[in-house]
Design a protein around this ligand. Sequence first.
Ligand code: ADP
Ligand code: MG
Length: 529
Amino acid sequence: MASIQTTAGGMPVLILKEGTKENKGKEAQRNNITAAKLISEIVKTSLGPRGMDKMLVDTLGDVTITNDGATILKEIDVQHPAAKMMVEVSKSVDNEVGDGTTSSVVLAGALLEKAEDLLNKDVHPSVIVDGYTAASEQALKLLQKIGIKVDVEDRELLIKIARTSMDSKLVSDDSPILAQTVVDAIKQVAEKNEGSDGLKIDLDNIKVEKKAGGSMRDTALIKGIVLDKEVVHAGMPKRIEGAKIALLNSALEIEKTEMSAEIRINDPQQMQMFLDEENRMLKSMVDKIMAADANVVLCQKGIDDIAQHYLSKVGILAVRRIKESDLFKLAKATGARIVNNIDDLTSKDLGSADVVEERKVETDRWVFIEGCKNPKAVTILVRGGSQRVVDEADRSIHDALMVTKDVVEKPIIVAGGGAPEAYIANELRQWSSSLEGRAQLAVNKFADAIDSIPLALSENAGMDPIDTMAELRAKQNKGMKWTGVNVRSTTVSDMFKQNILEPVVIKEQIIKSATEAACMLLRIDDVIA
Ligand code: ADP
Ligand code: MG
């Protein structure tokens, strides 16, 4: 319906272009809420360790199997603007903290569903928004209150946290090994944060390379870098111990001129001189590498056939066309300095590694730069039965890396399994009694929405939702604040004792992002398309 208004004189005033659709007031709100709820319904059944997986088929017929909320929503092509906002929620949580994407969408959906009850009772959206905002602030304070400070040097504890994040994934059976790999990778690349006493982690320094084949147990942390490239020349050594590595980002080739030049040669001798000169220049490049005493050359650009020949003659292992990002990682791992101009290369620029070796990984040949001394960049080589398995393992490792990074950078944790959510819901209900009428309603609804997390966990585990929630509330009321839903044993129990542990920043981000999205949608009373 285009809005056609008329002036006092009866002239139509056209504000919107013809064909513009406008959805107003309650209808617009209902419409948005329904779309957002639908999205949250989709991912809800995949929440937690007992959640189901989704099989996603794209237009080309490629299949992805996952239960990662952010991945599911990334793959499905949503149209509705409100549904798109829900997808944004999961993306923002993924970017900020890396885990908790499903929870944030479930919570946002629940907040909207509960708000709908109030809208039906003619509570004004602004009142709901204010109530929700206040409740979310209170919830963040409650998280601060129960959060437990931990020691980042405690490797076992970090492993427990990484395991919790992998517990809800396809790869949970192998989580003990994967979690160790993740934690060791993080510890290896952790650096002092300038100006504060905490640690800083740049996940760019952890390279995750995956290859289908073998089993997940073969997944390994490599103290160095794995390049999916071959040694450039068949005559070169395939293994060098005590490697002294030169990193070049210029080509070992004669530069072609930009202009098209023509050289007239009218005498075979001249031709020979020309070729000899080319040879001489390439040889002198290799001489410079030898003078610096390098035995491995890793080059970002090309290496001329003749240069390859000279390198192989003196027993230098070389790899060409390495990605720039990999070259940076190599510098961090081996301690080498990347050299732009071969003339500048000296032995001081070289990095070191115990061994550089070309190895067969399934059908490919990859070069492993391994055994670096205290490397600040490492590689996790992910293996698994099939492509889909390694893909999902890769996603789970991403989550676990992010979660471990979160704790190391801000070492405060809570238990999982819906325990903090149940605690917050309980506390909010008590707190709401101190508020006046309508705000109280909204805060109570917020508490109900937060309860949707333990509720969904128990439903997905096939537990009776009513009995479970009743028992959970009763125990929380007694002050047993770490009581949550143990979906492995399908009981209501102390999740801290079960070693289900999560960084507090994830819980904070879930609440912030979900509340923001829900409030934003509630404030909309006009959709013009
Ligand atoms: P998200 O994308 O939100 O991280 P997940 O599917 O990974 O969704 O599920 C995370 C939820 O599962 C968290 O609330 C976490 O506490 C919970 N969880 C993980 N392991 C267990 C467990 N063994 N028992 C109960 N809950 C668990
Ligand atoms: Mg998770």
